[in-house]
Design a protein around this ligand. Structure first.
Ligand SMILES: Nc1ncnc2c1ncn2[C@@H]1O[C@H](COP(=O)(O)OP(=O)(O)OP(=O)(O)O)[C@@H](O)[C@H]1O
Ligand SMILES: [Mg+2]
Length: 346
């Protein structure tokens, strides 16, 4: 290896947002973000069949000897072994030829315990990347930076990140979290509710992947909204495969209660926010991020119930990783990242 290459190795930085449903990696050298399903397919004991989007294709289609799993649950690492294999594979896929001696900045949920945080640290450390440093940033902070907001100012910012397993509601000021609430509600729960409603009302059994497809088709478009989609499932009465049309109103009705759970929790946080900060939030509105904020109805209910603007963004699922990318690129934001407290473990 030449001296020049060594230099290049020393400077690469990866930004990582390990979500329940998707893993997003920013590679500073390549100036590129990859966003793939956080899923792995393992045949028998330890033969890796596929990972990422490729493994998702196999979901609900694979024979019994192929185990397909999501190693992150509720925002934290549930299956460390699978996550390690998947993580290493995704780093390589992100064009990470120069993994060694790189810096890794990961986003973590606000209320995480030190043990859970340590699991994120170990994930990188054990991936055999010989890291230079592993650092952390709280997800809502990264979200706000990803939205282009000035998190270091003394202004109150309210972020509602609606992901796949969780919703994180936070109030930020001066680069820190003032108030936060983590709800076990997200896109996966919407999918379950849709699946159940179709089973009850249409006598049709569908898979989770189909439920997610229906949700994306029928809830995310406003102007040229599709009012119905045709899907395949199994008729509960006859037991035969059947094509049926699913209407948007059935879908919205089935997830309505969950949407209100999120909005009610946001209202509760607003009530507890100090007046000086809430005046800023009243002025600027609430910021919705995370893949599930693509559901237009959520912003509508939020705005109606709180009487505030509900701001939505383009590609909200990549907000956190775009924020980490900005933190990496902008030295004035260095203070937003921290290291693990080694003293606790020694
Ligand atoms: N257009 C869309 N309409 C509705 N839901 C969507 C859309 N696009 C993505 N989603 C949902 O967003 C979720 C994924 O969002 P995101 O990537 O923010 O979650 P995550 O970071 O993996 O999860 P978490 O933050 O809970 O760990 C999935 O449940 C997905 O179905
Ligand atoms: Mg997320």
């Amino acid at each position: 290896m030449t001296g020049k290459e060594t230099n290049k190795v020393a400077t690469n930085v990866f930004g990582i947002d390990l979500g329940t449903s998707n893993i997003k990696i920013y590679n500073h050298h390549e100036n590129d973000i990859i966003d793939e399903k956080n899923i792995i397919a393992i045949e028998g004991k330890n033969h890796i069949c596929a990972m990422g989007d490729e493994a998702f294709e196999m979901y609900e289609k694979a024979p019994e000897n192929i185990n397909i799993c999501y190693p992150i649950a509720n925002g934290v690492i549930a299956d460390i072994e699978s996550m390690q294999i998947l993580f290493r594979g995704m780093l390589e896929r992100s064009g990470g030829r120069f993994l060694r001696n790189s810096k890794y900045i990961m986003s973590v949920p606000t209320d995480i315990t030190e043990v859970e945080k340590r699991a994120f640290y170990d994930l990188v450390h054990m991936a055999n990347v010989r890291e230079k440093k592993i650092m952390f940033v709280e997800k809502p902070i990264a979200d706000a930076v990803g939205l282009g907001l000035d998190v270091n100012s003394a202004r109150g910012i309210m972020i509602v990140d609606v992901g796949a397993d969780t919703t994180e509601i936070s109030v930020i000021s001066l680069g820190g979290i003032v108030l936060s609430k983590l709800l076990q509600v997200g896109g996966n729960h919407f999918d379950d509710a849709i699946l159940l409603a179709i089973k009850k009302r249409e006598n049709l059994l569908i898979g989770k992947k189909t439920a997610e497809y229906i949700k994306k088709e029928l809830t995310s478009n406003d102007e040229d909204a599709v009012k119905a989609v045709k899907v395949f499932g199994r008729d509960i009465v006859t037991g035969l495969p059947m094509e049926r049309e699913i209407r948007a109103d059935l879908v919205l009705e089935s997830i309505g209660e969950l949407l209100y759970t999120i909005v009610d929790a946001a209202k509760m946080i607003l009530e507890r926010t100090p007046p000086e900060l809430s005046s800023d939030i009243i002025e600027n509105g609430i910021y919705l991020t995370g893949g599930s904020s693509n559901i237009v109805e959520l912003a509508k209910i939020m705005a109606r119930e709180t009487e505030l603007d509900a701001n939505i963004s383009k590609l909200p699922e990549e907000c956190v990783v775009r924020g980490i990318a900005r933190i990496i690129d902008d030295k004035t934001l260095d203070g937003l990242v921290g290291e693990i407290n080694e003293k606790i473990y020694r």
